[in-house]
Design a protein around this ligand. Structure first.
Ligand SMILES: *[C@@H]1O[C@H](CO)[C@@H](O)[C@H](O)[C@H]1NC(C)=O
Ligand SMILES: *[C@@H]1O[C@H](CO)[C@@H](O)[C@H](O)[C@H]1NC(C)=O
Length: 410
């Protein structure tokens, strides 16, 4: 059987690859190849922002580095935060290894990443609002942010207006932080099979995507937020939209002919959403685009008993084996999508928030089988996609809050 052959072959392949990597890195100790996820990030590229680029030239690259174990490190919040979502509340769900998960500290290569000071941050944000727009990984990010900020404003209240899916208002500071669910960013809707589709075998209907129309959930919030953080990611796959219920792309109200493959549709959606953000959002709004949060399914995809029962982060040489699209593994989507997103953002004032590389290490930090609900694993499989909280998104919060701070102070 081919799978059996593969499993015999894999350890050997791993060994050869690691040896090559080792040889390569020991021969060329000072050579670091340019990576597609390397930042142009903090350097504004639009003409009217040019004058600022000098002061930001020496800005730290938070995205390259490694995790170090610090047994004294403690999370800022615990399982009692009222903004938790059950399935990600790994402390309450008694996930194994939670102490270790939160003892790793991200160390950028060339500088220190300060931990957020929630009081100073909210003080800086006074009378301002932060919005997240995208899929459930943005919600995961939001919950982390809310729980971190709440420790200095215990009066924080749930907030769900203006189309928000979830959020909180911090009364001491008059700050709102919320999430707008928009998994594809563009508008999409279910259409049952039409009589004219009869020739198409097995088709149950389509999801019509209007590539040029932001979905209502975030289309009308531009004036409310001072900071917006966008993402779209793991919904662009055939597990979400199989060929019986595919995405079909429309532009100016008409189907695009010939029909586009999913990733070509994504390119068009990205172009359109980026140009909408550039044109219709106020100049003064700080705009970020968060790159992919990688998944860590081992031994199969989420619906094929894929697992992530790891006790430690991955080692750097393992990352390409897991994530390089050339290896065609189940976790390749993050880097594939990142390339398309980076293309679409080129030359815009939207800053990249590149959490991909640092998160790729953290195979140990997903909820896995500890989902807080009987039968959840049998029905949904392990969760190797979202993150335990407290956990890795707390580091995303540290980085985002630094970028927001420099964005408002410079
Ligand atoms: C709270 O902030 C909003 C802007 O988000 C502002 O319009 C409003 O005046 C502020 N309220 C107070 C009491 O300062
Ligand atoms: C997943 O595991 C269960 C129980 O071990 C098994 O019955 C099922 O066939 C497996 N599914 C796949 C896709 O491997």
């Amino acid at each position: 059987m081919p799978t059996k052959l593969l499993s015999q072959f894999f350890p050997w392949l791993l060994f050869v690859t690691l040896s090559l990597i080792f040889l390569y890195s020991s021969l060329l100790p000072f050579h670091s190849p340019p990576s597609p996820t390397q930042p142009l990030k903090n350097i504004p590229t639009s003409p009217n922002a040019k004058s600022k680029s000098k002061s930001l030239k020496n800005a730290c690259n938070f995205y390259k580095g490694h995790w170090v174990f610090d047994p004294a490190r403690r999370p800022i919040y615990d399982e009692t935060c009222p903004f938790h979502r059950n399935a990600w509340n790994c402390l309450r769900n008694k996930r194994d290894n939670m102490g270790n998960i939160n003892s790793w500290k991200w160390m950028p290569k060339t500088c220190d990443l300060p931990r957020i000071d929630p009081f100073r941050f909210l003080d800086l944000m006074r009378n301002r609002n932060i919005g997240f727009v995208g899929d459930s990984l943005s919600e995961n990010f939001l919950v982390s942010f809310l729980c971190v900020l709440r420790v200095v404003d215990l009066g924080a209240k749930k907030w769900k207006k203006k189309g928000a899916w979830r959020g909180a208002y911090f009364p001491k500071f008059n700050v709102t932080v919320a999430y707008h669910r928009a998994v594809l960013l563009a508008k999409y809707e279910w259409q049952p099979k039409q009589p004219s589709d009869f020739s198409q075998d097995g088709l149950k209907g389509i999801y019509r995507v209007d590539v040029d129309t932001p979905v209502d959930d975030w289309a009308h919030v531009a004036d409310f937020y001072d900071v917006l953080v966008f993402n779209t990611g793991h919904w662009w796959g055939s597990d979400k939209f199989p060929k019986e219920t595919p995405l079909v792309f429309y532009q100016s109200g008409q189907p695009i002919i010939p029909p586009l493959e999913m990733l070509d549709g994504l390119k068009l959606v990205l172009q359109n959403m980026v140009s909408h953000i550039q044109k219709d959002l106020p100049q003064k709004t700080l705009k970020f685009w968060r790159l992919q949060s990688p998944r860590h399914f081992y031994g199969g995809d989420w619906n094929q008993n894929g697992s992530c029962m790891f006790n430690n982060p991955l080692e750097e040489p393992e990352l390409d084996l897991w994530f390089d699209p050339r290896n065609n593994g189940v976790n390749k989507e993050a880097r594939t999508l990142n390339l398309l997103i980076q293309d679409a953002l080129q030359g815009t004032e939207i800053k990249l928030l590149d959490v991909t590389h640092l998160s790729e290490f953290r195979a140990d930090a997903h909820p896995a089988i500890w989902l807080g609900k009987k039968d959840a694993v049998a029905v949904w499989g392990q969760d190797c996609l979202h993150w335990c909280l407290p956990g890795v998104p707390d580091t995303w919060v540290d980085i985002l809050s630094e970028l927001i701070r420099t964005g408002f102070e410079t």
